[in-house]
Each structure stands twice: as C-alpha cells, then as structure tokens.
Design a protein. Sequence first.
Length: 68
Amino acid sequence: MSESTTTRTTQFSPCASLAALGCYLRQIQLFDPIREQVRIMQKTVTHSPLEKLYDAFITILAGAHGLV
C-alpha cells in the first residue's frame, strides 16, 4: 500500500491584525474627541483632515518609513 502525504498551506496576512485593530478603534470611538474639538480650516478635495490623521496613524502602526 502506498503512503500519501498532504501538504497544508497556510495563508497569512500581516495586515489582518491592523484590520481588526481598526474595527476595534472605531468601536471605542478613539478619534471622536479629536473630531469634535479640533477644526482645521483646509480645503477637502478627496480626504478630510481627520481621514488624513487616520492614514498617518495606520502608517505608523504598519511600520512604514514615510507618508506622502
């Protein structure tokens, strides 16, 4: 009788933990005090100043070397 082997491949995404953290931070409304109290007079073309703050925060957590 021949022996059979199976190979199990595991998919891993280093961004999965950031997605879970993002959901949790929205749930606890971490940025709400900033949204309520800070007003930045800036023209919004695509992203609001608060969305840019989200992007910078995620970039720091992801360990990126820069943000443009």
